[in-house]
Design a protein around this ligand. Sequence first.
Ligand code: FMN
Length: 187
Amino acid sequence: MSDTPFRIVGISGSLRRGSTNTGLLRAAQEVAPPGVSIEIADISRLPLYNEDDNIDGGPEPVRAFKNHLRTADALLLATPEYNYSVTGVLKNAIDWVSRPVADSPLRYMPIALMGAGGQFGTVRAQLNWRQIFVFTESYVMGKPELMVLRNELYFDAQGNLTDQALRERVKLIVESLVAWAHRVKSA
Ligand SMILES: Cc1cc2nc3c(=O)[nH]c(=O)nc-3n(C[C@H](O)[C@H](O)[C@H](O)COP(=O)(O)O)c2cc1C
């Protein structure tokens, strides 16, 4: 590992206080290897996307979010599944930073997906994200995958991950993302 820290920005698709997806990101912070930092971005202050306002970098919270992503070596998304798809809040955040296309921090950005949900463990939401990131020319890691089925078994009421085996799988995602980003960069 080099002296320069490897910076991952984590984004949760749920604004809920007890969110299990935000809990996955907190767990990722805890298990990140030395030399790897994970900062969780706050998307709760982003306005709804309006093309009329997307001039000169957009409103202040959008500019701050965009600049935060520009500091990242990779993104780690924790996505719930809403109505068989991605959540509106996270799609809104990604829409903001996807334009203008030529200047988007998503372009050539290594991204890993994970998600905690119910019976199908966010599988449909994650597939939808893979499709969305084709347009943004982001490099989504293929495997390993992390889809947490029946999240109530693995998190407490505050959304803290309480299961050691799952914590190890989160660790594998973080380590694999770092390796993936290095591979993508050297290609
Ligand atoms: C509007 C809405 C739609 C949902 N749709 C789905 C769904 O299609 N599939 C699913 O597995 N869970 C669905 N859920 C349940 C969420 O996946 C579950 O609440 C999950 O814990 C949310 O993640 P969080 O703990 O990070 O907030 C839905 C929840 C909401 C509020």
